[in-house]
Design a protein. Structure first.
Lengths: 346, 325, 167
């Protein structure tokens, strides 16, 4: 049966397509990663990414070794409650202490295998399994530790890297695929931060409209810190918390900066010139969060260092002007200013 | 001068030290080393940030005798001094991570670590856990700042690699010193008619006396004490790995294997004796596992022929064979 | 695996979008006390705490037969209840937060659920109050900044006073 579209339907579709195209153009203008293909063709980006990836696997060995030191704590924790997550479904059939031994030994062996055989997909897959099993064990005591999620997901993503270490010269196609997966890992890390920032913005709008204290209130950070410190045991001190509680204005701008930093993180995946600065900002955020409210998410820091500090996509010839022009909001404003003013502004 | 040259030629000939000049001149090795060095500073930053966790649980120690790098700590409270040191360590490590390509950044990172190291050693006794990091941070200061150059001269590249190799060699030297110390003590004890390293139950003795002194238990301690031979073979293997570690600095084909062996050694001392020295492991990965001098795809024949003692044996066999033919 | 470049691009985008969508969905699931393993919404410290807060707390009135001049809230009573920092750390390490128990105990007192009160009291005293103490379950209203600075509450609603039986 042949479907005939009426003239109205055609007009409707054309308008809809026009709107879609407009949105797509807006998005591509906002997220111009026009140079990614060009960057991916360049050998230096590929070589850099190829050097960075093994260090993830070396780092996992160190993590696995240090997890052994935590063994007695895990043994104690499991005495209270042990509800195995799905990756360690087999734990239901074994004694608890045996499960701990198996998971830890497998974690170490898997990471050692990865350190030696990261060049092969099988090696990277084994590391992922080791991390997954350990992560599942660690999250089987009634509480979820999201600090470790990033390890599992990055290990999973890296499985899909092409085995591109064998010879010095790789085809442009293979280099491009390698860099695409690497970029995917970067984008994923930044996505997590953006999700966190997004909720903060939504909550800020909601609370502001309800007449409550919100993220734009001058005492917002003080409220956060004092609420947290009130419930922590008094032995847990906060280095910067008391300062901000006593002088709330000191915390206002950092909180706004944190929301800006987090919310636009995913955008930075498309702005290689900002990779290292954004990583610095996020590292300082983690340090600040720890020194104020005691929130410890240091497990993310190695990824910020390895993936962003010396990002393969960052053009070494990029000027500071380009970096400023790439800043979310500030760069957009500068972009709309007449050229004469831009020269004066920067 | 001629005599010195002759002696050095004799030593290098006897020990079969590899062609250092040869592998240091490789462009590829230079590019690799350039990419690896920043990871030392990234790891250092991560360590510095983890030390900040101490700030929430600071308790007044029984003894606090500041070492000379933190002489100024005498003029303030322990809490204040520790906070200053740990925060400075974190920011200096951050500077190092961002500016490791400049000597200035590397100096700042070293100074921060020196303060931290001195703090760790100020509680009544030395703390050698971080010694290697400190010395390597000092050695890396002497790297030439040639990252930004698109084309560096072969002289500059060679200088870079020599300093990098220096860090590798130092790392391995410390293990050799430990191994040779064990050998010397073994000889002394043997001649004094005491229990010594080469006895079949030497590992069991070690494990027992250490665990007893520390009033601790270990995962494999009981097993080793009940079956001493189980510990003896790994013990001899560790001795071999340690004693000849410095030689491996000149045998790039063995860098990765030796790094693995040393990592296993550290694991073994923890599982056997509850002695934890995991701080060295990142250095083994950065400088040996990822060694820029190690050619990927090195054949196992080459590795075996480069093994200390084995290489001497093979050379003797080869020279006999040549003589006969 | 030899995927074409454009297919790989689409798969990566699909992965990122899926994680985002499921993460957002997980935000709403958490309200029902369920969390999807490995998938998270990352809504951490999202809402600014209100300027006036109400919660349940434990006030310590007596310790070892000695009446305290001013009742102390449990979180600030370390110096009273434990003779040393080490003892405190040993006693509280790996223990669930006291709030988890108090949040259940207080409503049980309000609803006069005797069995539940006995059970939760036993858990509370075994875990945190295994000393000869007289304690009170209260509902406190406070400004968090003032509470942290001065220990002051705007209002204290007394729910029940008890003597610890587990020590």
């Amino acid at each position: 049966m042949i479907k005939h579209t009426t003239q109205n339907q055609k007009n409707y579709l054309t308008r809809f397509e026009f709107i879609l195209q407009g949105i797509a153009r807006l998005i591509s203008k906002s997220f111009p990663f026009r140079n990614i293909s060009k960057i991916m063709r360049e050998n230096y980006a590929f070589e850099k990414a190829r050097t960075i990836v093994p260090f993830f696997y070396y780092f996992m060995v160190i993590v696995a070794l240090y997890r052994i030191l935590d063994l007695s704590n895990i043994v104690n924790e499991g005495q209270r409650i042990f509800a195995p997550r799905w990756p360690i479904f087999w734990a239901d059939y074994l004694h608890y202490l045996t499960v701990i031994d198996i998971v830890h030994v497998f974690f170490i062996l898997a990471t050692l295998t990865g350190a030696f055989f990261y060049r092969h997909r099988a090696g990277r897959f084994i590391v992922f399994l080791g991390i997954l099993e350990y992560h599942a064990l660690r999250n089987s005591f009634g509480v979820t530790y999201h600090n470790w999620d990033i390890w599992v997901w990055i290990a999973l993503l890296f499985i899909f890297l092409p085995d591109a270490w064998g010879s010095a010269h790789k085809s442009p196609r293979e280099r491009k695929r390698f860099l695409l997966i690497f970029w995917g890992a970067q984008a994923f890390v930044l996505l997590m931060y953006s999700m966190s920032g997004m909720w903060k913005i939504i909550a800020a709008v909601g609370q502001y409209l309800n007449g409550e204290a919100s993220a734009v209130s001058f005492d917002a950070f003080s409220l956060h810190i004092s609420t947290q410190l009130n419930i922590l045991p008094e032995t847990m001190t906060s280095m910067l918390g008391p300062l901000i509680i006593n002088y709330p204005l000191l915390g206002w701008l950092p909180l706004i900066a944190i929301i800006y930093l987090q919310s636009f993180s995913f955008f930075i995946a498309f702005r290689p010139s900002l990779h290292s600065i954004w990583a610095l900002g996020l590292i300082l955020f983690h340090v600040g969060a720890y020194l104020t409210i005691g929130a410890e998410f240091f497990q993310h820091i190695p990824f910020l260092l390895f993936l962003f500090l010396d990002s393969p996509f960052r053009d070494p010839r990029a000027s500071w002007r380009q970096t400023i022009a790439d800043l979310p909001i500030f760069g957009w404003i500068l972009g709309y200013l007449p050229k004469r003013n831009i020269t004066n502004a920067v | 001068m001629n005599r010195i040259r002759a002696v050095s030629k004799l030593i290098s000939g006897r020990l079969g030290l590899g062609d250092l000049d040869g592998f240091v001149q490789e462009d590829k090795a230079y590019e690799r080393a350039k990419s690896i060095v920043p990871f030392f500073y990234y790891f250092l930053l991560f360590i510095a940030l983890l030390q900040l966790l101490q700030l929430r649980h600071l308790a007044e120690p029984l003894i606090f005798a500041p070492r000379w790098p933190i002489f100024w700590a005498d003029y303030m409270s322990f809490h204040a001094a520790t906070t200053v040191i740990l925060v400075f360590f974190a920011f200096s490590a951050l500077t190092g991570a961002y500016f490791c390509r400049n000597r200035f950044g590397r100096i700042i990172a070293f100074l921060g670590f020196l303060q931290f190291h001195a703090l760790q050693a100020s509680f009544g006794g030395p703390n050698h856990q971080w010694d290697l990091w400190l010395w390597v941070a000092l050695i890396l200061i002497f790297l030439p700042d040639i990252w930004e150059k698109t084309k560096q001269s072969s002289r500059e590249g060679k200088k870079f690699l020599i300093v990098f190799w220096g860090a590798q060699a130092f790392l391995l030297l410390t293990y050799s010193m430990s191994g040779i110390g064990k050998l010397l003590h073994a000889a002394l004890q043997y001649f004094q008619g005491e229990a010594h390293l080469f006895m079949f139950n030497s590992a069991a003795f070690h494990v027992y006396s250490w665990l007893n002194a520390m009033q601790a238990t270990s995962l494999l301690g009981q097993l080793i004490m009940e079956h001493p031979l189980l510990g003896w073979f790994p013990f001899m293997f560790i001795l071999y790995v340690q004693v000849f570690a410095f030689l491996v600095a000149f045998r790039p084909s063995l860098h990765r294997v030796w790094a693995l062996a040393l990592v296993l050694f550290h694991m073994g001392t923890y599982f056997g004796m509850n002695a934890e020295f995991f701080y060295q492991v990142p250095l083994l990965f950065i400088f040996l596992f990822a060694s820029p001098f190690h050619e990927p795809g090195t054949s196992w024949r080459k590795m075996i022929s480069d093994l200390p003692l084995v290489s001497c044996l093979l050379r003797r066999l080869h020279s006999k064979h040549v003589t006969v033919t | 695996m030899s995927l074409s470049h454009s297919l790989l691009e689409k798969l990566i985008v699909l992965f990122l979008v899926s994680y985002f969508v499921v993460g957002v969905y997980a935000h709403f699931y958490i309200i029902n006390q369920e969390e999807v393993y490995l998938l998270y919404s990352w809504d951490l410290y999202t809402k600014v705490p209100p300027r006036i807060q109400t919660e349940f707390a434990i006030l310590i009135h007596e310790f070892e037969g000695k009446r305290l001049e001013n009742p102390i809230i449990f979180e600030r009573a370390r110096g009273v209840l434990y003779s040393s920092l080490t003892e405190y750390r040993h006693a509280t390490y790996n223990k669930t937060n006291i709030q988890n128990i108090v949040r259940l105990l207080a409503p049980s007192i309000l609803q006069d659920k005797t069995r539940e009160i006995e059970r939760l009291r036993m858990e509370l005293e075994k875990t945190f109050l295994s000393h000869p103490v007289v304690y009170e379950v209260v509902e406190v209203t406070f400004n968090p900044i003032e509470r942290w600075k001065n220990g002051r509450f705007i209002n204290i609603n007394r729910l029940g006073i008890f003597t610890s039986q587990v020590f």
